[in-house]
Structure formats: C-alpha cells, structure tokens
Design a protein around this ligand. Structure first.
Ligand code: S3P
Length: 172
C-alpha cells in the first residue's frame, strides 16, 4: 500500500510498552501518512519531559493537557496517532477517539510489557516501590477498557515492528 487514503485517524491505544510509538511511526511511514504522538506534543508544548510535567504539575494537569492535545490532533489532520497508555481510560477521551478515529488496541502480555519498560525511567507512574506490582495493577484495571477499542492486534514477545505494522494494516 502506498499513499493510503485514511478515512479516519488510526489511534493506537494500549499499555506502556505495547509499542504504540514504534509501531505508530513505522505504520505511518508504511502508509505515507502523518505520524502524530500525543505524549510528544505535550512535551514540546510544555518544553518539559513527561516525568517533569508529572513532578511539577501533577497527573491531573497532564491528563487535562492529554485530552486537549488528542482533541486537537483528531480535528487537525488524519494520520496515525499514538497515545499514552492512560489516554483511553476516560469516557470523554474514548468518545472523541471513537467519533473521529478508529481505535486499535496493541495487546501484549504483562510479562512482555514488563520486559520492555523495566529498564527505562521515562514512566512516572512506575516510580513506585514495586514497579512490577504497579504495572500489573494498571494492566488488570485497564485491559477491560482497552477491550472496547474498535480493533485489537497482538504484539507478543518477539514479533518485529514490521510484522506488527502488517498486522495492523490487515486489520484496518
Ligand atoms: C502513561 C503512559 C505514558 C505517558 C504517561 C502516562 C499511562 O505513555 O502518557 O507516563 O498512564 O500509562 P506510554 O504508554 O507511551 O508509555
């Protein structure tokens, strides 16, 4: 597929470590459509990293920026939109995403997610005494909500980014 015509923005949702950013970027290149990333937009608008925003302004502030940015990106242009892991959790965000986009849940097992996030220090929500237990609690809480996405694509342990892109393209 080249110069694919998107009728709606493809919104990637799922847990931290699911590959939303990596798969989203590669998918956008493959379809030759814009790549949009809500976390990156929030960071550049604030001129701060996500951990700095959480630390200085708190999670509630981050969540309100996240809703604003997703709403804006969804009306501005069609493309592949990678969101942060919490973006699909509020009804308001889910409604916006469902109206203007096609939501795709990148599904992965807890152990796979943990292996991808354990060595990074970029996720403020995992800065707890027991980050694995925190990730597991988020996973248990969020999976039933990600299940409401329009489509689900599995990203098991050693699947390559290219394979994930093909899986998403097939699902669309
Ligand atoms: C969050 C996930 C992060 C980022 C923020 C909160 C979450 O994005 O938005 O740290 O609530 O799961 P990634 O899913 O890209 O790590």
């Amino acid at each position: 597929v080249s110069d694919y015509t998107l009728h709606k923005t493809v919104v990637l949702v799922g847990m931290m470590g699911a590959g939303k950013t990596a798969v989203g970027r590669a998918l956008a290149a493959r379809l030759r459509v814009p790549f949009l990333d809500s976390d990156a937009e929030i960071e550049s608008a604030a001129n701060m990293t996500i951990p700095e925003i959480f630390e200085r302004d708190g999670e509630a502030f981050f969540r309100s920026k996240e809703s604003q940015v997703i709403g804006r990106l969804l009306v501005e242009e069609k493309g592949i939109l990678s969101t942060g892991g919490g973006a699909f959790m509020t009804e308001q965000n889910r409604d916006m995403i469902t109206q203007r986009g096609v939501s795709v849940w990148l599904r992965a097992d807890l152990g796979v997610l943990w292996n991808r996030v354990r060595h990074k220090d970029t996720r403020p929500l995992l800065r707890t005494e027991n980050p694995f237990a925190t990730l597991r609690a988020l996973y248990d809480q969020r999976v039933p909500i990600y299940e409401r996405a329009d489509l689900a694509v599995s990203s098991d342990g050693d699947v390559s980014i290219e394979d994930m892109v093909e899986r998403v393209v097939k699902a669309l």
